[in-house]
Design a binder for this molecule. Structure first.
Ligand code: NGQ
Ligand code: ZN
Length: 454
């Protein structure tokens, strides 16, 4: 069989923007050749970009969108939102989770994401009893990803305690809990399931320094392959920082850096509240800062010190987390705007005179995202997987725009409406704004919502 070839009007390659680009893909979905100035290949008359990895997802939260935006009796905060979220989380069955996740993954693909890091912590039945297969819920996320045809790095969550220093968990957290042995069994089942699948990888997600102790996490890491990625929530809320300091005298990022030898195997999710020394240390460590700017804004977390962190060479990636919006362009825009609002400047993260803010952020998040999820994506180049997002060059907003100005127009103005075609693993799964399985998946999703009566 001949390898498929696709022709794009223009493409962002590691060598910069190129016109009339033909991309050849092999049977495993990998790019084998990229030729500019070519007339060959099936024509997709748009602007091709490497598709964006989404490093942080809690799929179950997709079903509470719009249901937590009403003022409560007291002051609303991250912590009151979390109570509401636990209420929703307790109601999901395995079928519900699969339906909700598949719908979410379709939305991700249509927005230009091609791989998701699923930080999955609803392991057990609502009363805490394991399912007959303890990996049931995470397996449902893999099944949803396969149906939606998105890449996935499944990150089952290690959760053992209710707060710093090994506090007892609350009743609402029973679904999440494991000890080292039961947790490693889940990791094993997922590894067996993902083996040989081009789009699937397995890592872990210690939930936070509130939910695990360093000793427990070290035990678990010792039982994993050396390259399995590790994602952890850290320093998202001021109260979390204060609790950590009163528990051990150190701030969360400080504690993490003292206890573990951080490297690009690690992704710190949020890392919002850092001192300048922590910011510099985290940047130096090589750990990736997994930022979720629209969720962080929605939850009132605070502002990540991105100018300092990126200025010190820190690696970033983005995630849609609670999925309040599902859009790489909107998350990058929010990241930049948070720095402008705080610093009262413009083009805060562009990286230097004459550089495009959108291009700098997009390329940083591609590189960090691919490393964070351990997937061979992030470039339109031989040896990378053919995960490609195509912008609609015929859209009026892009009239007269090309290269970096087209990318900036997408990120700062056009958003999801400009995404026309998306490839994941060499397969075109979004065609002219429609996902290949969107009808069946939406039907299952609606049915699940009716069951859940929201
Ligand atoms: C989560 N979400 O696990 O879904 C958390 C809330 C917590 C964010 N941190 C729960 N955005 O951190 O304890
Ligand atoms: Zn999270």
């Amino acid at each position: 069989m001949q390898s498929p070839k696709f022709h794009f009007a223009s493409a962002l390659t590691p060598q910069g923007w190129r016109r009339d680009v033909c991309v050849t893909v092999d049977g495993g979905g990998m790019i084998t050749a990229v030729v500019a100035g070519s007339a060959e290949g099936e024509r997709l008359p748009g602007i091709a970009l490497p598709a964006m990895p989404n490093v942080h997802s809690h799929a179950h939260q997709r079903f509470m969108l719009g249901l937590a935006e009403r003022a409560g009796p007291g002051t609303d905060s991250f912590w009151t939102w979390r109570e509401a979220m636990y209420g929703f989380a307790l109601r999901l069955s395995p079928d519900d989770l699969e339906a909700v996740a598949a719908q979410l993954y379709v939305e991700m693909l249509k927005a230009g994401f091609s791989v998701v890091g699923e930080f999955q912590y609803l392991h057990h039945q609502p009363d805490g009893a394991p399912y007959s297969d303890p990996a049931e819920m995470s397996l449902r996320c893999l099944a949803a990803a396969q149906h939606a045809a998105i890449g996935i790095t499944i990150l089952p969550t290690l959760y053992a305690f209710g707060g710093f220093g090994g506090q007892d968990p609350a009743a609402g957290q029973r679904r999440f809990l494991n000890h080292a042995e039961s947790f490693l069994k889940i990791v094993d089942s997922l590894s067996i399931q993902a083996r040989g699948k081009a789009l699937q990888r397995v890592g872990i997600s210690p939930h936070s320094l509130r939910a695990v102790t360093p000793a427990l996490l070290r035990d678990v890491i010792a039982g994993l392959p050396a390259d399995a990625p590790v994602h952890v929530h850290v320093a998202e809320q001021v109260k979390e920082v204060e609790d950590c300091v009163s528990f051990c005298g150190h701030r969360p990022i400080e504690l993490l850096m003292r206890e573990f030898d951080l490297s690009d195997r690690w992704t710190t999710i949020h890392a919002t509240h850092m001192t300048p020394a922590e910011t510099a240390g985290l940047a130096r460590s090589g750990a990736i800062a997994g930022l979720c700017p629209t969720t962080e804004a929605n939850l009132g977390d605070g502002i990540f010190p991105a100018t300092t962190f990126m200025g010190a060479g820190g690696a970033i990636a983005i995630g849609s987390d609670s999925h309040i919006t599902v859009s790489p362009s909107e998350d990058l825009r929010m990241l930049e705007y948070s720095q402008r609002l705080r610093g009262r400047t413009r083009n805060a993260l562009a990286g230097g005179p004459g550089m495009s803010t959108g291009r700098t952020l997009y390329e940083a998040a591609l590189k960090g995202g691919a490393r964070s999820l351990r997937q061979p994506v992030g470039a339109i180049a031989p040896g990378y997987r053919a995960d490609i997002t195509v912008l609609d060059a015929g859209h009026p907003l892009l009239a007269g725009r090309s290269g970096d100005t087209a990318l900036d127009t997408w990120i700062f103005s056009g958003g999801n409406a400009l995404v026309k075609d998306v490839f994941a693993g060499g397969r075109q799964v979004v065609k002219d704004r429609h996902h290949i399985h969107e009808e069946t998946i939406a039907r299952n999703f609606r049915r699940a919502l009716r069951r859940l009566d929201t």
